[in-house]
Design a protein around this ligand. Structure first.
Ligand code: ADP
Ligand code: ZN
Length: 624
């Protein structure tokens, strides 16, 4: 049986030096990032805490290191089996004694893990929440020596949140039964309400909160007007992400299937993922996405939580998510490795109408519906803003951004022109009013443009004063006006009446001219993006971007070797080596083990297992 990698801590002042030494020898990393150091010190010293850090921020180390440094085993509660499996594979690679306890184990396997735990032979044990709550498991934990409890994806306890999992509610038992064992709750998405709920349910009301910046500087945000979404997506992937791994989110299974086939027909390797697929096929597609290079997965929103793949280069939304939290969490799956990545979304008015209808038709309470509508409004505001998207996102999470403009979102890169749309807004609002607030955008636009449609004739709307008064804009421009007025709150799609546009409290001030309405110029934007694309090469990369590039040939050889090793060991490629580590090797071309050991991501075990192979690959590439 493997022995612990770490000698027991004796004194408080030993914590930091020991932590740094384990960080280096086990994980091959040179230093902490942001709040990690403080968190590791606090938890290793026996404290409870709540950690809020964006995806890719480095949450895992916050509990993995203290679990190694403290006596006993760290129990990690995690909602998803795929995540547990990959984390344990990665830890085992690094020489950490880690195991899982979940429903995928046979009775014999589970009992072997239980024995290891009791014998003090585990550093980390990943447990599914429903498993942990069983009397058998609680009794087992009571007999074991425990280093800490880490509750990952802690926002799942929140009933208001977008990922509520009823079994998480039961986790309050941890604080009741094991009050002395440090509890660390972690999440990447939590607004203030959710934070309070986590603290309350997990007994962390008095525990410190470590809140890291939610900024993901390497992600470029872009939200475009939906025209022909499948074609727009195809162009986006083909022009900007050929050969890259990416995730495309759609709302319905049918759309997932259609989109995956359309991409495949266009020569982009794309696989569908949704709850309607047979379990094996779903698992197979997910595995291919994780293990192979350059696969695009098209999925319903259920996909992705617990997917740890660090080299996802883009996340595309073809449908509007429910909230900024959901958007942020989903887009956050891009670029965990810190290298440049895109978050791209195409959206239109029908998306807003559809989401509103889903909220109205849900079985939730009125309070739930109100909260949901407010969350949707905030997201629509983000989509329609003319300002910096990042500043808006960070502001939503209560953070003041360093700069008003980030320089790495569509609005910063090609600022939309604003024009005074007060008069057209008044025309649209009067049109909605005079037609009885019973019609959707299409009909109102017909009336404004003076189209003699059947409907217009049926309701005699050609006799109204607003008939034909909007010819200064075309249909597409009118649609943009409608969307922006909805986003600004001057017009509301009534989901019960199939998207009929109704006036709001603020409409009157627009109609009387007391409120001016500034609108975004759509056409200007489409023209500029092309120019921007040409400029992209020269654009400054955010921090965290790679340094000098290594030879593509060596990178290719290293990747091929990695695929081979991953296949033979049955683990994802990134568990063997991260892209960033491969790039580091290719850039530095180390010729000795000592030099190889300097590359971030190469710890003692990786050096021992792969050092000779990697040096041989570098040497072979050099000889050509
Ligand atoms: P999260 O769980 O917060 O999404 P992870 O714990 O998976 O993030 O870490 C994301 C990435 O950042 C991983 O590739 C990890 O190796 C890397 N990372 C974490 N901490 C550090 C650090 N201190 N130095 C360098 N890389 C780090
Ligand atoms: Zn910006």
């Amino acid at each position: 049986m493997a022995h612990s990698l770490v000698p027991p801590l004796r004194r408080e002042s030993d914590i930091l030096p020991s932590a740094l030494s384990v960080l280096e020898s086990v994980f091959g990393l040179r230093g902490f990032r942001g709040a990690q150091e403080e968190i590791v010190r606090h938890v290793t010293g026996g404290g409870h805490c709540l950690v809020l850090m964006p995806t890719g921020g480095g949450k895992s180390l916050c509990y993995q290191l203290p679990a190694l440094l403290r006596e006993g085993c760290g129990i990690v509660v995690s909602p998803l089996i795929a995540l547990m499996r990959d984390q344990v594979a990665g830890l085992t690679e690094a020489g950490v004694r880690a195991a899982v306890l979940n429903s995928t184990l046979s009775v014999a396997e589970a009992s072997a893990v239980e024995q290891q735990l009791l014998a003090g032979e585990l550093d980390l044990l990943y447990v599914a929440p429903e498993r942990l709550l069983t009397p058998r498991c609680l009794a087992l934990l009571a007999r074991a020596k425990l280093a800490l409890f880490a509750i990952d994806e802690a926002h799942c306890v929140s009933q208001w949140g977008h990922d509520f999992r009823p079994e998480y509610i039961g986790l309050s038992v941890i604080a009741e039964r094991f009050p002395e064992v440090p509890r660390i709750a972690l999440t990447a998405t939590a607004d203030d309400l959710t934070r309070r709920e986590i603290a309350e349910r997990l007994g962390l009301a008095d525990a410190p909160r470590f809140v890291a910046s939610f900024d993901r500087p390497n992600i470029r945000y872009e939200i475009v007007e939906k025209q022909n979404a499948p074609r727009q997506l195809e162009a986006f992937v083909a022009e900007r992400h050929a050969g890259d791994a990416g995730i495309v989110y759609c709302l319905s299974r049918a759309k997932v299937e259609e989109t995956a086939s359309a991409l495949s027909r266009a020569g982009i390797p794309a696989l569908p993922y949704h709850a309607g697929l047979p379990a094996e096929l779903r698992a197979k597609n997910q595995d291919r996405f994780i293990n192979e290079d350059g696969v695009v997965i098209v999925a319903t929103i259920a996909f992705g939580m617990g997917i740890d793949k660090p080299d996802v280069r883009f996340v595309a939304h073809l449908d509007l998510p429910k909230s900024i939290e959901a958007y942020y969490q989903e887009t956050g799956r891009a670029g965990r490795d810190g290298k440049p990545a895109d978050a791209w979304m195409a959206y239109g008015l029908s998306d807003i109408v559809q989401q509103r209808r889903m909220i109205d038709e849900s079985t939730g309470s009125d309070a739930f519906k109100r909260v949901s509508l407010a969350k949707l409004d905030a997201l629509v505001g983000l989509a329609e803003t003319a300002g910096c998207r990042r500043a808006r996102l960070l502001g939503y999470f209560g953070e003041t951004p360093h700069a008003a403009a980030c320089g790495n979102c569509d609005n910063c890169l090609s600022p939309p022109t604003l024009w005074d749309g007060s008069v057209v807004a008044q025309k649209l609002l009067s049109c909605a009013y005079r037609t009885g607030q019973r019609f959707g955008a299409a009909h109102l636009i017909d009336v404004l443009l003076g189209h003699a449609t059947e409907r217009v004739a049926q309701f005699r709307h050609d006799t109204l004063s607003v008939f034909g008064i909007g010819k200064e804009l075309n249909e597409k421009q009118w649609r943009a006006v409608v969307r922006q007025l909805v986003a600004l709150g001057h017009l509301r799609p009534d989901s019960e009446a199939f998207g009929a546009l109704t006036l709001t409290d603020s409409s009157r001030d627009v109609l009387t001219g007391r409120t001016a309405v500034m609108l975004r110029e759509q056409a200007a934007r489409a023209r500029r993006t092309r120019r921007d694309r040409a400029r992209r090469g020269a654009a400054t990369l955010p921090s965290g971007a790679p340094g000098p590039a290594g030879s593509p040939d060596l990178i290719g050889r290293l990747r091929a070797w990695r695929s081979e090793v991953a296949r033979s060991r049955g683990v994802p490629a990134y568990v063997v080596l991260h892209d960033a580590t491969i790039d580091g090797i290719a850039a530095a071309c180390p010729t000795t083990l000592a030099a190889l050991r300097e590359i971030p991501g190469i710890g003692d075990k990786k050096l021992e297992h792969y050092g000779a192979d990697l040096l041989a690959l570098v040497k072979a590439a050099d000889g050509d």
